[in-house]
Write a protein that binds this ligand. Structure first.
Ligand code: NAD
Length: 496
């Protein structure tokens, strides 16, 4: 579709704005609403129902009723599989509409929403649907007078709290495995991008999902998210967001019912370029894609570029020349646009402030560093590159969550690893080298949950995705993640 077609589709889009509880849309009990703003235009996109603590209680009660009815958790595995497969098909059929909601709500380019986010959401539901009848228990090797079975059971009610950078995808990484394992879910999406998840819940019912099994309550963090994380009937909170809020979620679990807490939090991922890498052009292309895709609003964004001194100047020169061509800010509804606005005006100001700080601390601003001229209506930030960065500078230590990269040079492998690991984060990293032994050594030495060799951001649903250190305590995607939504039950039969 062309830009014009997306604009007319946007004009005629029916946007759901209620809370989704027990299988249908309802108003918030107190009737409160908040505005969802399109960050490309600064205009109000929709007025959305704002759920308070009473609404969270209502949603958890609906989930509890669905849980106790047993309709979902005791459904024959392949019947449950059929519903999630149908949901995946419905998402596919409604891809254009869902992609449009993402773009209007949080500013990502429509081509990215359509070719990255939506296919990944569909993959996520299909993968976890396929896993349902692969969850095995075991019978252990006991004396003949006993039979010992260990089976896996769902946990109960899952509170899912998700971020705005890939609104539907990050929510799906929680909702799909939680539902596949037989749990009931209350999802609290990020208030900056609340719309697409409402549609997802509606499609779940259309696919044949029982009411109450999947509920969505929009609202903010300190009230709505907190009420969910403190709720005594929630068995587990699965959270993706900032490290600061992740710490708070652990406190809520301790203050309430010791619910399980799964955290996927921030990152400051190093991309390491050794002097012997095979193809500098390919490496540079992945380097800027790794930080400028989604306007840098990616948890594993490769924001620290560690470049061997021998190739530093050639690397920087190509990075600047090519990335400024490849990432031009534009209207996210134009299929040719590669760089949309960041999610809100406030976030834009925060990113620009961190850029200013980088310059004040003595880094050299080699590219960008401002809001692009002529695009003041939107929350845009130009692709930005700092060179001459010291590891102690704030731009090298703090997560910026915008299109801002820092280049640091190194002389040898040990130095590269020391810089890479000198971070409170450990979500992801990449290593570029032709030498298999170097690659293998570095993979072992790097403190990160995901290490890419001669690529960046690659993977499929079998890949456990999550962090070391303060980047989190769990893994999304993969079978490992699905098991995190189950618990073991040991049944010991006395046969004497
Ligand atoms: P955030 O921490 O501000 O918010 C995340 C979610 O938590 C939102 O739904 C928010 O409403 C809710 N929340 C905020 N305060 C809360 C509270 N006190 N109690 C309960 N819930 C609360 O993060 P964000 O700005 O939405 O997202 C960006 C962050 O997410 C970045 O740090 C990024 O690295 C991280 N992230 C991590 C991954 C991963 O897989 N590790 C993936 C995507 C994003």
């Amino acid at each position: 579709m062309r830009q014009h077609d997306w604009c007319s589709l946007a004009k005629n889009l029916k946007i759901e704005t209620g809370l989704f509880i027990d299988g249908h849309f309802v108003e918030a009990l107190k009737g409160n609403r908040f505005d969802s703003i399109n960050p490309a235009t600064g205009k109000v996109l929709a007025s959305v129902a704002y759920g308070g603590e009473d609404d969270i209680n209502r949603a958890v009660a609906a989930a509890k009723q669905a849980w106790h009815s047993g309709h979902w958790r005791h459904m024959a595995p392949r019947t449950r599989m059929g519903i999630l497969m149908r949901l995946a098909d419905l998402i596919e059929r409604n891809s254009a509409e869902l992609a449009l909601l993402e773009t209007l709500d949080m500013g990502k380019p429509i081509t990215d929403a359509l070719t990255i986010d939506l296919p990944e959401v569909i993959n996520t539901f299909r993968y976890y649907a396929e896993c349902i009848d692969k969850i095995d228990g075991v019978v252990t090797n006991t004396a003949p007078e006993a039979l010992h079975m260990i089976q896996r059971e769902p946990l109960g009610i899952i509170g899912a709290i998700s971020p705005w950078n890939y609104p539907l995808l990050m929510a799906s990484w929680k909702v799909a495995p939680a539902l596949a394992a037989g749990n009931c879910v209350v999802l609290k999406p990020a208030q900056q991008a609340p719309l697409s998840c409402l549609r997802l819940a509606q499609l779940f019912i259309e696919a044949g999902g029982p009411p109450g099994v999947f509920n969505v309550v929009n609202g903010d963090g300190p009230v709505t998210g907190k009420a969910l994380a403190l709720h005594m009937d929630v068995a587990k909170v699965s959270f993706t967001g900032s490290t600061a809020v992740g710490k708070q979620i652990m406190i809520y679990a301790g203050q309430s019912n010791l619910k399980r807490v799964a955290l996927e939090t921030g990152g400051k991922s190093p991309q390491i370029f050794m002097a012997d890498l095979e193809n500098l052009d390919a490496a540079v292309e992945r380097a800027y894609g790794g930080i400028f895709d989604n306007a840098g609003q990616v948890c594993n964004a490769g924001s620290r570029l560690l470049v061997h001194r021998d190739i530093h100047d050639a690397f920087v020169e190509r990075f600047i020349a090519r990335s400024s061509q490849a990432y031009q800010p534009g209207d996210p509804l134009d299929p040719a646009t590669t760089l949309g606005p960041v999610v809100t005006r406030a976030h834009q100001q925060g990113v620009l402030e961190k850029i200013k700080q980088g310059s004040l601390e003595g880094a050299h601003l080699a590219l960008g560093g401002s809001a692009p001229a002529g695009m003041e209506q939107g929350a845009y930030v130009t692709p930005t590159l700092f060179t001459g960065v010291d590891q102690n500078m704030s731009i090298a230590r703090e997560e910026i969550f915008g299109p801002v990269a820092s280049v640091m040079s190194f002389d040898n492998e040990a130095q590269a690893i020391a810089i890479a690991n000198d971070s409170i984060y450990g979500l992801a990293a990449s290593v570029w080298t032709q030498d298999l032994k170097t690659a293998h050594r570095m993979v072992q030495a790097i403190e990160a949950g995901v290490v890419w060799v001669n690529c960046f951001g690659d993977g499929d649903m079998t890949q456990p995705f999550g962090g070391y250190k303060q980047s989190g305590n769990t893994r999304d995607k993969s079978f490992e993640c699905l098991l995190g939504y189950t618990q073991s039950k040991s049944a010991w039969f006395n046969l004497e």
